[in-house]
Design a protein around this ligand. Structure first.
Ligand code: MG
Length: 398
């Protein structure tokens, strides 16, 4: 925290935001003990929240924004998928066991007491799987409509992961497919959970293209940002159809981070992600509940901030570039309605525009996609037919 505050020292509003979040009571308790110790001390439900906090601090924070009704279903949903992902990522777990487990992991959710020892590529992931009976316990307490959604998404994702374990992400189509399995399905599942809760309209779960875009924007942002980390881990998620235009080996970007080819490549990765932003804006427009809105909107705004930061940025090739925690804290507090989403989206669109150069091979496409974002914001905020869809009360909320 202290280091983050120093980084934001010249931005007083960021300092205020960090302090506000720290003392808001909205930040989940950060247990000092390791997850394994906690597993022996906590009841099933508390273990699930402690596990969530350990494996994804940022998700644990945004989950606190949700209405009470949705917290447990979304927490379990996340942990089930995290468990599945831990199986996918542990390359030391033999493929002849890993593949069938990926495909039938969804059935384990209904097996009281099921757990798996010694699998996972980090201590926390191994502990999560070794205590998976606790996640299943909470899963089985959920309303059946939630159980159905979680198991169905887990089944689709597990099959997609198993398919992609045997092939690489080469084309743009592969890239979209892979991101659909690992992230788009999360968006689709969350929509179904929101609709099942009755807090959001039924139509939301039918808008699967929009929900898919919500996941794809986040996933593609992470993949674009994490070049260096993934390179070190020997993983490749960048589609060859993009990077192959600028290099013959992925490592070349690391060796020549500021070359025109390297910059053109990261810019094309960002431009690819930008195609999903307008759909995300339309999705956010459909959300009625203010707490659900924040839960959905905050990660999208953060993704857009990250895209603006990594565009034309050679540091992507030599380190993991992150947005300042102070900016993140400010957006977390501030992203409460569509007007604020517009404010941030426009700010990051301008940041990218200011870094664009006509010599970039994707200049025209990037410009087109940025313009589409502004149009989508205008559509949802200013076009009268969209306003007519809302009741007066909702207009006030937005
Ligand atoms: Mg994985």
């Amino acid at each position: 925290m202290v280091i983050d505050m120093i980084k934001s020292a010249h931005h007083p509003s960021e300092l205020m935001a960090m302090l506000k979040i720290k003392f808001s009571g909205k930040v989940p308790h950060d247990h000092k003990e390791g997850l394994e110790v906690l597993a022996n001390k906590l009841n099933q439900r508390d273990f699930c929240y402690a596990a969530l906090n350990k494996v994804s601090r940022s998700f644990a924070v945004v989950i606190q924004q949700l209405p009470r009704e949705l917290k447990d279903p979304v927490c379990v949903f996340y942990l089930v998928l995290r468990g599945l992902d831990s199986v996918e990522d542990d390359m030391t777990y033999p493929a002849e066991k890993r593949m069938p487990l990926l495909r039938n992991f969804h059935e384990k959710c209904f097996e009281k007491g099921w757990k798996l020892n010694g699998v996972g590529d980090s201590d926390d992931y191994r502990t999560l799987l070794a205590n998976f009976d606790k996640v299943i316990h909470l899963f089985l307490q959920l309303d059946e409509s939630y159980q159905f959604v979680i198991a169905d998404i887990c089944k689709q994702m597990g099959n997609g992961m198993a398919d992609y374990a045997e092939r690489k992400v080469n084309t743009l189509e592969d890239y979209d497919h892979y991101c659909h399995y690992v992230a788009g399905l999360v968006g689709i599942g969350l929509s179904a959970l929101f609709s099942a809760s009755g807090l959001e309209i039924n139509r939301l779960q039918q808008e699967t293209d929009l929900a898919n875009s919500m996941g794809l924007l986040l996933q593609k942002t992470n993949i674009s940002r994490d070049y260096y980390e993934d390179l070190n881990l020997g993983r490749v998620f960048w589609p060859k159809q993009i990077w192959g235009k600028y290099a013959t080996q992925l490592e070349e970007f690391h060796n020549k981070p500021s070359s025109p080819e390297s910059l053109a490549c990261i810019n094309e990765m960002v431009t690819n992600a930008l195609q999903h932003v307008s759909n995300c804006i339309l999705y956010l427009h459909l959300i009625k509940n203010p707490q659900v809105f924040r839960f959905c909107a905050i990660p999208q705004v953060m993704a857009m901030a990250t895209l603006a930061k990594i565009y034309n940025n050679p540091n992507v090739y030599t380190e993991v570039v992150k947005i300042r925690k102070g900016i993140a804290a400010k957006m977390m507090i501030d992203t409460t309605n569509m007007d604020r989403v517009r404010f941030y989206m426009e700010k990051f669109v301008r940041e990218i525009q200011n870094k664009m150069s006509e010599s970039d091979p994707n200049y025209a496409l990037t410009r087109k996609r940025l313009n589409r974002i502004i149009e989508a914001l205008d559509d949802v905020l200013f076009s009268p037919e969209n306003f007519q869809e809302r009741t007066i009360e909702e207009t006030v909320l937005f």
